[in-house]
Design a protein around this ligand. Structure first.
Ligand SMILES: CC(C)(COP(=O)(O)OP(=O)(O)OC[C@H]1O[C@@H](n2cnc3c(N)ncnc32)[C@H](O)[C@@H]1OP(=O)(O)O)[C@@H](O)C(=O)NCCC(=O)NCCS
Length: 206
């Protein structure tokens, strides 16, 4: 988990950005092309009171998603128990939690440190396509930069993650996965070369 100080600083950046966005003319606000969300929702760090809702939300989001074992809610829980939720943000609209994103450390065979994996990311089925996933992605990546992360990998649809700056890197491999579905973004330093491993929590099945 982030230290309280870093977390607070990062939240300030995220909040400042949202405050600044609210002051923009409506036609120039980020996410305005998602016509059904006139204002950004609140993006904040998870608290223990959110755990059950995050679990339900994650299960619901992935219920009809392709390429899933329907274990994502167990993965989030196992990451939390293992103290590996480096970033865990919820999207809150009014009193309702409508989205969640997790980031956890990954290991690289080349020994480079400071690398993380983004996911699972979930938006309530009835709220998908309204820009909430975009806000969660941008906030999570901003917080990871704030944390000092060197870079981040993601496994998923390249068409979705490319828009946030991810790209497939020939030297970064998740064994057993088609190369185009495994992408990365570099924040600092040089690109690593090697195989990537997620935490054992990604094997959680209950
Ligand atoms: C993927 C997900 C997090 C995106 O959140 P969202 O709030 O629906 O996304 P946004 O509204 O910010 O962005 C919508 C855009 O992303 C695209 N998009 C959404 N899901 C996509 C996917 N799985 N693959 C490719 N593009 C996708 C939409 O077509 C839309 O494109 P447009 O802006 O060009 O119209 C959400 O749809 C979700 O929870 N899906 C089920 C769980 C899942 O698959 N998670 C990702 C794997 S870890």
């Amino acid at each position: 988990m982030l230290s309280a100080g870093v977390h607070a600083a990062c939240e300030d950046i995220v909040d400042d950005k949202h405050d600044a966005d609210r002051n923009l003319p409506a036609e120039t606000r980020p996410n305005e092309h998602h016509k059904s969300i006139p204002m950004p929702i609140l993006i904040r760090a998870e608290t223990p009171a959110d755990n059950a809702v995050i679990e339900q939300l994650t299960a619901a989001a992935f219920q009809n998603a392709p390429h899933t074992n329907h274990t994502e809610q167990f993965i989030v829980h196992a990451l939390r128990r293992a103290g590996q939720l480096s970033v865990s943000l919820v999207g809150q609209d009014g009193n309702q939690i409508v989205g969640h994103v997790a980031i956890s450390p990954v290991s690289l065979t080349c020994g480079m440190t400071g690398w993380y994996g983004l996911g699972p990311i979930s938006v309530s089925p009835e709220r998908q396509g309204q820009g909430i996933g975009t806000q969660l992605m941008q906030s999570a990546l901003a917080e990871l930069r704030c944390l000092g992360g060197a870079g981040c990998v993601v496994l998923g649809d390249p068409a979705y993650y490319e828009r946030f700056g991810f790209s497939a890197q020939p030297g970064l491999v998740l064994p057993g996965v088609p190369a185009e579905y495994f992408q990365a973004i570099l924040f600092s330093g040089n690109w690593p070369v090697g195989n990537v491993s997620y935490h054992d929590a990604f094997d959680a099945a209950e």
